[in-house]
Design a binder for this molecule. Structure first.
Ligand SMILES: Nc1ncnc2c1ncn2[C@@H]1O[C@H](COP(=O)(O)OP(=O)(O)O)[C@@H](O)[C@H]1O
Ligand SMILES: [Mg+2]
Length: 447
């Protein structure tokens, strides 16, 4: 079961919200409603969030992120639509149950975490547990554990004003972790921090997540933060979710020009991995094949190399066109020799989940396509130099469908050479005039 299911959610502030929803459903836009005194903060939002996932909601200030988040824990009642938490419809829960759920199973971390100035760091971290009525010794123990997880061991008896901004934010994180909530809602939690501390907090959150496996909905207006943290990202614009996908999908297949303009400045070498740019290997041969067969397979084709794979598809060598051709006389003599005797064994290969940055060195030192392998060193594809360079440009590259493992080779007839990819994005000239990857954080109304 999904941890969260959000179904056609609307939130309208101001006059006659139900009428406004009816008009939105009939195609009215936000501006029309605003003229009538209604603010459509969230319009027809549907998402599902799986247990253990970091789900990022990204969008400019005012796009409806905080409003959406507040409906996920029932702090705000939707104008229309439903929110299911572990299958339970929050919009139908009695207030008491809702409050209980919020205290025990859902925690929220804000941008400016309000610490109690006259309570120790330990008491601040234990606050959520105190609200739950957990007895003091237990809550102090759990709060101390959470502080240690957040990197604040040793600061338990300090006062909040003895801590830097980053450390105060860690106390907020510790407070959320101490309650053992399944769902963490983080609203621009790192946005007020200096860039270096912010990066540190992101790393820490990822580190914690590897062991704690919480479900996290993380709001940010920063694309690099979104792609670093998110398993999936929903992009919001003017109250609507305009695209949901993995960081790579958002970057390589933006749903519209708005999203494209958002992602054009992102560091692609960090987001894209080898499988996003690899192509099927053109020629694969088996170690027992004869050299004359390889020569025939390579003859008349552009390929500079054949990849040698065993019967399980594991890459064990390469054999270059030159080796296969030899001098005519040698070649005649060698034609009967097995590939395994003449191949270059154990070629350099990159892992399928390696970032593009890791492909630079092998691509720079060899003119041959770089083989891409899985954890068992099975050959999955190759990255030609040109493919790597194209991927780093601002054009979408073909990420899907991914080629699967290479089937056992069958040297003749050769596999067809894949058609060249045709990059290029429709409407390159039609990007919106705003290009924003990081706006100064503006605290939303009521945050
Ligand atoms: N309590 C409220 N009353 C009226 N309008 C609100 C309220 N909260 C938010 N809004 C409006 O709803 C829109 C979305 O706001 P918000 O969800 O805070 O966006 P974000 O978090 O993406 O900056 C904005 O136009 C904002 O002014
Ligand atoms: Mg906000």
């Amino acid at each position: 079961m999904s941890r969260l299911e959000v179904e056609h959610l609307y939130k309208v502030f101001g006059r006659r919200p139900q009428d406004a929803v009816a008009r939105l459903r009939q195609g009215a836009d936000r501006e029309e409603l605003r003229a009538d005194g209604a603010t459509a903060a969230v319009i027809d939002a549907s998402v599902t969030v799986e247990p253990g996932e970091i789900f990022v909601v990204m969008g400019l200030s005012g796009s409806g992120k905080s409003t959406l988040l507040r409906m996920l824990n029932g702090l705000l009642a939707p104008t229309a639509g439903r929110v299911l938490f572990d299958g339970q419809d929050l919009t139908r829960l009695p207030t008491r149950d809702l409050r209980r759920l919020r205290a025990r199973r859902i925690s929220m971390v804000f941008q400016h975490f309000a610490l109690f100035p006259h309570r120790s760091v330990l008491d601040n971290a234990a606050y959520g547990l105190a609200v739950q009525g957990v007895p003091r010794p237990e809550r102090e123990r759990r709060a101390a554990e959470a502080l240690a997880l957040a990197g604040l061991a040793g600061w338990e008896s300090s006062w909040p004003d003895e801590l830097s901004g980053g450390m105060q934010q860690r106390v907020g994180l510790a407070r959320a972790l101490a309650t053992d909530a399944d769902l963490l809602l983080m609203d621009e939690s790192f946005s007020a921090l200096d860039p270096l501390i912010r990066k540190e907090m992101q790393d820490q959150l990822l580190g914690l997540q590897r062991t704690l496996r919480k479900t996290i909905v993380f709001i940010t207006h920063d694309l690099n933060e979104a792609t670093r943290l998110g398993d999936r990202i929903a992009v919001m614009r003017d109250g609507r979710i305009v695209q949901t996908g993995t960081p790579r999908e958002i970057v390589t297949q933006p749903a519209n020009d708005y999203v494209a303009s958002f992602v054009q400045d992102v560091d692609r070498s960090r987001i894209l991995t080898a499988d996003a740019v690899m192509e099927p290997p053109a020629v694969t041969v088996r170690p027992d094949d004869r050299l004359s067969q390889v020569r025939r397979t390579l003859d008349g084709r552009e390929q500079p190399v054949a990849f040698v794979v065993d019967r399980n598809g594991v890459l064990i060598g390469t054999i270059s066109r030159d080796t296969a051709a030899g001098t005519r006389r040698e070649a005649d003599a060698d034609g009967d020799r097995a590939v395994r005797d003449l191949m270059d064994a154990d070629p350099v290969a990159v892992a399928v989940d390696a970032g593009l940055a890791e492909l630079f060195a092998p691509c720079a030192t060899s003119a041959l396509p770089v083989p891409v392998v899985d954890g068992e060193r099975r050959l999955l594809g190759v990255v030609p130099r040109a493919g790597l360079l194209a991927a780093l440009g601002d054009r979408p590259v073909g990420g899907d469908p991914r080629p699967g493992p290479v089937p056992p080779p069958n040297p003749a007839p050769p596999t067809p050479v894949p058609p060249p990819r045709s990059p290029g994005r429709a409407g390159d000239d039609a990007v919106p005039d705003r290009t924003v990857t990081d706006l100064p954080g503006k605290e939303a109304a009521g945050a």
